[in-house]
Design a protein around this ligand. Structure first.
Ligand code: NDP
Length: 328
């Protein structure tokens, strides 16, 4: 048993307020592996959990944090040994299981991944769920046959956690990347990540026509909703859109035109429940061929006391780049 600090959210009169509290590891759920969490990573879903979105977190008080990395303290399986550096992303972590915004978590062994060789816990959380998701999007595009010769690839929500990593991976693979961003002040950062063109969100403003001039061979979409519907109209014949997010809305209102007249593929991405071997494949690519040096060098570190403001920025669509929570 040990006491530890966690940023825990309470519900009071319909308001959701997060504070740093001292908790006891004895109160963590049952599980195979007890981890001392040194780092977590901030995601849009954490902001939803912390603001009381019941689709993410049903009961409060609750410790959010869908990502965690640190050291194994206890393990009831020989898959993981005490002292080993590990990471956890997805499954139920931070949703209805206390997550990485606390300094300890206890989870099933099936959720745990060894920190890739050459990385530490901080580096793992620079990527976190967002990096994994960006990698899954790129992997699915490549498996669908995407290649740089086909023409530009577009990334929406480009300055966000997922979008920014997707821009850097794709440009590193030789794709000509167009970044769609609502943040003119992030243009220089997007260029550093390798974006060749940067366009505003108005490039995906609603149009009545079912198809528009095809401009992009392929796409990574992190925003969903209306912008995704418009994006589908601008994809070249046979092209693919890997879609993972809903920052602009859950509802997708489209016509059949892009699918049956241009053979466009809409590829769904889930980074949460997929089997561990699929996650392993992407983690090892991120640690080797898909290494994102600009993202690594520009990630911001914050402490628990900064979480409230940082999560609010996600809800406003104002967050940019990767943010690591450092518990030390
Ligand atoms: P961020 O908030 O970091 O990034 C989202 C970006 O989308 C913003 O930075 C902004 O970029 C853009 N954006 C925000 N609001 C709007 C809007 N109303 N209209 C158009 N663009 C908007 O979030 P994440 O990168 O962490 O996550 C992105 C999405 O992916 C979220 O919906 C998240 O839930 C989802 N997700 C899904 C996963 C999965 O497994 N399927 C895993 C991880 C995330 P800009 O200003 O540059 O336009």
């Amino acid at each position: 048993m040990a006491t530890y600090n966690a940023w825990r959210v309470h519900e009071k009169d319909g308001e959701y307020v997060g504070n740093i509290e001292t908790l006891d590891t004895a109160d963590l759920p049952d599980g195979d592996v007890l981890i001392h969490v040194t780092h977590s990573s901030l995601n849009y879903k954490d902001a939803l959990s912390a603001s009381g979105n019941k689709g993410v977190t049903r009961e409060f008080p609750h410790t959010p944090g869908i990502d965690a990395a640190g050291e194994v303290i206890e393990s009831s399986t020989d898959q993981y040994t005490v002292g080993q550096q590990v990471l956890v992303t997805g499954y139920d972590l931070g949703m209805n299981t206390p997550g990485g915004f606390g300094e300890y978590i206890r989870v099933p062994a099936g959720w745990v991944v060894a920190v890739p060789k050459g990385w530490d816990a901080h580096k793992a959380m620079v990527y976190g769920t967002a990096g994994l998701t960006a990698g899954l999007c790129v992997n699915k595009l490549l498996k669908a046959g995407a290649n740089p010769e086909q023409g530009p690839v577009v990334v929406t929500g480009a300055s966000g956690s997922v979008g920014s990593v997707a821009v850097e991976i794709l440009s590193g693979l030789g794709f000509e990347v167009t970044a769609v961003s609502g943040k003119p002040d992030q243009a220089e950062y997007l260029s550093q990540l390798g974006a060749k063109d940067i366009v505003g969100r108005d490039s995906l403003a609603p149009e009545k026509k079912p198809l528009l001039k095809p401009q992009f061979a392929n796409a990574v979409d992190t925003v969903g909703g209306g912008p995704l519907a418009e994006l589908l109209k601008q994809i070249k014949p046979g092209g693919s859109v890997a879609c993972c997010g809903l920052a602009a809305g859950m509802q997708l209102e489209t016509t059949m035109a892009p699918f049956i007249l241009r053979g466009v593929n809409l590829l769904g991405i889930d980074s949460v429940e997929i089997p561990l071997p699929e996650k392993h494949e992407i983690w090892s690519k991120l640690a080797q061929d898909w290494k994102c040096t600009v993202t690594e060098n520009s990630a911001k570190s914050i402490g628990k006391e900064d979480l409230n403001d940082a999560l609010q920025a996600f809800l406003k669509g104002a967050s940019a780049g990767k943010i690591v929570l450092d518990h030390s």
